[in-house]
Design a binder for this molecule. Structure first.
Ligand SMILES: [Fe+2]
Ligand SMILES: [Fe+2]
Length: 433
């Protein structure tokens, strides 16, 4: 095994890296969490790779490491993560630590390990996972085993059944079948990411965590519904989306950040529709902080039942009919507004009328299917949402821009010619890119 030095101070991110780098690339990892320790330890072990933060404790950590490597004449690949100064000799850099595919790929490349070698890596039939990770999961996505004193593997929990933590031994290893290991590691990784706080993350990482959390929450809501666990994650995710709107005065910057972090369509759509809707409610005469919370809530939940970007891109009956999705997925897309509305209906203290707007967000009163026409009796809040969603669709279609607001607004005015819509559209026109 190749010994890797990881210089990172966030304990959750350390866990995420240990788990993923050992599972995917087979690395042995030594962790140090301070600048001083990082510089002291460099020549103490035969490291094959160094993965380090660009900055730590307000110092250019990666540069300090690079200088010290020069003094010690060490020629080890140095992979640098996060914002800050990237030394010339860095073999790879990533601006956000939660691009795990990038980390795994970068580490493997630096060590000359090919994707094929990773895939063909020999693994025992049962793969060990420490109990502290298993403790984070309420519904495992694979069967779980323990190893008996005789060396046999005994099933202790079934996939998708609620895990009774009180019966689980602590500080030991549990096992999953080898073919299930990546699925389990990915689930634990999502759980670890959901425990990170935005205040400890850089703006790229906030986007990466936001996308991961939206996907995790969607899966949980569809399998376990509204529980204390899903409510907490929903609140955290909603706050993160509205904070991203506050922190990014210009929508273009936020779009670029999502694109550069390869955030998927579903997340970009949810973030942008939140941005545009909040912009409208902030500038309209009846807008209040309560109304802002309400539209934030609606934007967050409206497509929560959708599972992937292909489903999320479908915008009318015709596209749904022509899509290559299987029957189950088509059915889900057909009913996604209704399913989301039913979830929201059960959500404690959901803003009044939010479920109604979510149910009708594709113009159908019962939330099933798509209509090109919105009824005349739409509430003002529903109009905000409909306008924001259509604007979002146009913006995202433009990918990297340029974003010609005048031209995009012209499209909106044609799509929604009635006077109740025009007022909202005039506010949209003031969005700056
Ligand atoms: Fe949507
Ligand atoms: Fe939708």
């Amino acid at each position: 095994m190749s010994l890797t030095l990881l210089v990172e101070s966030n304990p959750r991110i350390i866990d995420i890296y240990m788990l993923n780098l050992s599972t995917y690339v087979g690395l042995d990892i030594m962790v140090v969490s301070t600048v001083n320790d990082a510089l002291q330890v460099l020549d103490k072990q035969p490291f094959k790779l160094i993965i380090s933060r660009a900055s730590m404790e307000q110092k250019n950590l990666a540069e300090l490491i690079a200088d010290k490597m020069g003094q010690l004449q060490l020629t080890i690949p140095l992979f640098v993560i996060g914002h800050g100064v990237y030394p010339k000799l860095a073999t790879g850099v990533l601006s956000g630590s939660l691009d795990l595919k990038g980390v795994v790929k970068g580490a493997a490349q630096a060590l000359g390990i090919t994707a094929q070698q990773m895939a063909q890596k020999k693994v025992d039939d049962f793969f060990p996972i420490h109990s502290r990770y298993i403790q984070m999961i309420n519904f495992p996505n694979t069967d779980l085993y323990e190893k008996t004193a005789e060396g046999q593997y005994r099933l202790i929990a079934q996939s998708h059944k609620k895990l009774d933590h009180s019966t689980l031994a602590r500080d030991t290893f549990f096992y999953v079948q080898k073919l299930d290991r990546l699925q389990m590691v990915n689930l634990i990784t999502s759980e670890l990411i959901s425990l990170l706080e935005d205040k400890d993350l850089n703006p790229d990482e906030v986007i990466q965590a936001g996308a991961s959390n939206l996907e995790l929450l969607s899966k949980k809501l569809m399998s376990i519904g509204i529980t204390e666990e899903t409510i907490q994650l929903a609140k955290k995710s909603m706050t993160s989306l509205s904070q991203n709107v506050k922190k990014n005065k210009e929508l273009g910057k936020l779009l670029q950040r999502m694109l550069s972090n390869q955030a998927g369509y579903l997340f970009r759509h949810t973030q942008v529709v939140t941005y545009v809707s909040l912009h409208i409610v902030k500038h309209i005469d009846w807008g209040t902080p309560e109304q802002e919370d309400k539209i934030n809530f609606i934007c967050f939940f409206h497509d929560i039942a959708l599972e992937n970007d292909v489903q999320a891109k479908i915008k009318n009956k015709e596209e749904l009919r022509k899509s290559t999705l299987d029957t189950r997925e088509k059915n889900l897309v057909e009913k996604h507004a209704q399913i989301a509305a039913e979830l929201v209906h059960k959500y404690p203290h959901a803003p009044m009328g939010a479920d109604q707007i979510i149910r009708q967000h594709h113009g159908m009163l019962n939330g099933a299917g798509f209509s090109d026409h919105f009824g005349a009796n739409l509430s003002p809040m529903a109009i905000v949402f409909v306008v924001a969603e259509e604007f979002t669709r146009i913006i995202i279609e433009k990918e990297n821009g340029p974003y010609d607001v005048k031209e995009m607004v012209k499209h909106l005015k044609t799509a929604f010619p009635t006077s109740r819509f025009q007022k909202m559209i005039e506010i949209v026109e003031k969005i700056t890119f």
